[in-house]
Design a protein around this ligand. Structure first.
Ligand code: GEK
Length: 243
């Protein structure tokens, strides 16, 4: 099975019944391969998070990595902030993901792995909050409340990093970006069967917003400066700063 080599073959065989996507053991075991072959620019997004850490983390503050999966962003931040006295709270509701984080050989002391729903996470004294491809998994009607909570928990000058898959209001643009994204997945070695079964599994689980919805929500949540710092086909990442 895929567990041995860490290669994502979760949807490689024809399934008689494609179940709703879950972040379970099977997915956690191959997640690194899955996300790097499914998100164009994933490695760059992690580099950018490291760069933001250099600019925005303050001594004595907290950093939250919400929906941390295997903790990649937290590890990058811990590395960049090795000389700064700060706490990194890495949260995921998937027990499978957190258990793998806990088994990492050398977790820096400043990282706390937490198995928790991010809607329950108390945010305070924060200089940086990372939502790297996580908000899209929350019910749409709960997204504003989460961003408001983050905005209230950030110290002045603090940031949220919001990376998401998006849809486009213009049908031609939407179709064009979707097709280019499918081309990317094929180039990364996924078959038509894998692509279509995963798309079915993610239906109603990953619900993307449009860029206009994101910008409106970030503004309503109280962010003062909002920059779209990354885009690759239908993936974007915002840096939003609280004054
Ligand atoms: C990375 N940020 O590698 N509470 C806690 N965790 C949640 C919730 C919730 N309500 N909903 C979803 N998750 C990571 C990648 S993956 C993105 C993030 C993807 C978690 C879920 O268990 C999963 O681990 C993560 O959010 C989304 O930088 O798979 O496309």
């Amino acid at each position: 099975m895929s567990k041995k080599d860490g290669k994502d073959r979760v949807f490689a065989r024809a399934l008689s019944d494609v179940k709703a996507f879950e972040f379970n053991d099977t997915v956690a075991n191959v997640f690194q391969d899955m996300i790097s072959r499914s998100v164009p620019g994933y490695a760059l997004l992690l580099h950018m998070i490291g760069l933001y850490a250099d600019f925005f983390i303050r001594p004595g503050s907290r950093i939250f990595d919400l929906g941390c999966s295997l903790g990649e962003a937290s590890l990058v931040i811990a590395d960049r902030a090795s000389d700064i006295d700060c706490e990194i709270i890495a949260v995921d509701s998937s027990a499978a993901m957190i258990s793998k984080c806990e088994q990492l050989p050398a977790t820096p002391k400043k990282i706390e792995w937490r198995c928790e729903d991010i809607r329950q996470t108390e945010i305070s004294n924060a200089s940086m909050v990372v939502l790297n491809l996580t908000l899209q998994f929350l019910p749409p009607e709960e997204r504003l409340a989460l961003l408001q909570k983050i905005s209230l928990g950030l110290n002045p000058g603090g940031i949220v990093v919001l990376s998401e898959k998006v849809v486009f209001d213009d049908p031609t643009e939407n179709e064009r970006m979707t097709q280019l994204y499918l081309g990317f997945k094929k180039a990364m070695g996924y078959s038509d069967l894998e692509i279509s079964q995963k798309r079915n599994a993610l239906e109603n689980v990953l619900i993307p917003d449009s860029e206009a919805q994101h910008l409106k929500r970030l503004d309503e949540a109280g962010f003062d400066e909002i920059y779209q710092c990354f885009r690759s086909f239908n993936f974007i990442s915002y840096l939003a700063i609280k004054k």
